[in-house]
Ligand binder design. Sequence first.
Ligand SMILES: [Zn+2]
Length: 234
Amino acid sequence: MGTGYLDQLRQEAFEINMAIVRERLVILTWGNASSFDRANGILAIKPSGVSYSLLKWQDMVIVDLDGNVIDSKLKPSSDTLTHLEIYKGFISVCGIVHTHSPWATIWAQACRSIPILGTTHADHFNGDVPCLPYLEKDKVESAYEKETGIQIVEFFKEKKIEPTHIPGCLLSGHASFTWGETSNKAFENAIALESCAQMAYYSISLNSKIEFPYYIQKKHFSRKHGSNAYYGQS
Ligand SMILES: [Zn+2]
């Protein structure tokens, strides 16, 4: 097999990394995105600490499932091991976006899950977007990035949440991760998360006792997702 598929994966990851900057989800180097080629067990991710203004698609770093760098000169993002654990744990996920976008990060710093308050949220996230607790001291000190990924996967497994039904989470004191079946989906979910985080903040400030009916939530999520989806053009 040639290496053309590596370049294709690099280009895909590059597009998403530039898109999160363009959409103002990321300033400075506060974020990273990756694309996963599940058939070949490799991902392409942003290189560590490289300014977005200098980034080229050729700079995207290819990493295998054991974290080995393949055919790349630069060091991968320091969050690579988090991405790897999510790909290993969520088998339908092929794209991940991590950003410190302000509204989602405000909720993460307040250690609050983003409550589902309306149909905009329900179209993308079938329930509250959970905020996971602070990672324990020993995990932070021993293998921070890997443990962060394990924490996310175990949380969703324990709570029996299908990761494509709530394709994102917050980490207390940190920021957000979103994911999707493609990297473009992960990107869309990052945009949706940021917008829902902002809307939830203001909605609660106007009415702290909102009880969004479950039957409307269910309707909105299911008409866009799942076997009976009918939203959009068929
Ligand atoms: Zn971060």
